[in-house]
Design a protein around this ligand. Sequence first.
Ligand code: ZN
Length: 326
Amino acid sequence: MSFNNIIGNSRVKNILKKGLKRERVPNSLLFLGPGGVGKRETALVLAKAMNCLSKSDDSCEECANCRAINENKFPDVLVLAPEKDMIGIDEIRMLKQVAYLRPMVGKGRVFIVLEAEKMTEPASNSFLKILEEPPLFSHIFLTSRNPYLILSTVRSRCQILTFSQISRKDIQKELINNGYDEYKAGLISLLVKGNLEQAMNLKWEDVQSKRQRAWELFQALTGGKNAAGMFKKFFSSGKEFRKELEQILEILITLMRDLLLIKSSRGWELLLNPDYADKMGETAGVLSVEKSMAYLKLLESIHYSLQKRVNANLLVSSLFSEIIPG
Ligand SMILES: [Zn+2]
């Protein structure tokens, strides 16, 4: 993978390419941003580009150095990831020892510390001096999703590059390139919230089973059935509750939007769930526009509150007290 294959975050890539061209890549860099947007891949491409034998501002993927780094066999590029959910002081001590040794075969040593927020406090403290003044031939790249979990003393010693979520359009395009049709790609891109990695790993069968559950809830809500009982059945336990609820609500919202499009008899090509259009036609006949709008607003406000980390059980209760009194 080279910069050309990394989707999104053009601003970050351009900054790094400029730095590479001028041979001025900062020695301590912190890649900050949400999950699944390419922080690790970008750090690796940067490590390759710095050691590449044929290109100066990207990896060529063909030279001996690029290939060795891809196979994790290059002695001067080391990737450190949390073990048992933490990075301890021993790992950082080892990193420091190596960092002061001249590179063996490459142009420079590169250390990539993944999920740097998982460094223990002693590990972080032990890291400070070398982050502040690394040897000229050593570069340290940290990646993290959560800037607030990283000691401010670590943060302040690094130059920070901020990554953004990948746009829905880019994710959809990438899924289509990987064999999905437009409508499946559209739905998945909606569910993953800018997390390209998650989009690429989702199984369509899982998406379908969530859609089926959303559809059953849709029918229960719009048909005045015992939706509360269904919700409880779906979300009875487990810490996956919130994530599941969020994704099913996302789909439920698209179904409600589709219903309004069908009711207004326009925009059929805009439907996100065209395969449910026929079944939805029946509901569209009995539910007023005002009621459909009220459902949509309520579902959106619940979804919003869920993202604000409001207690999920309370939210489910509020859904039913407002939509179906009693
Ligand atoms: Zn190369």
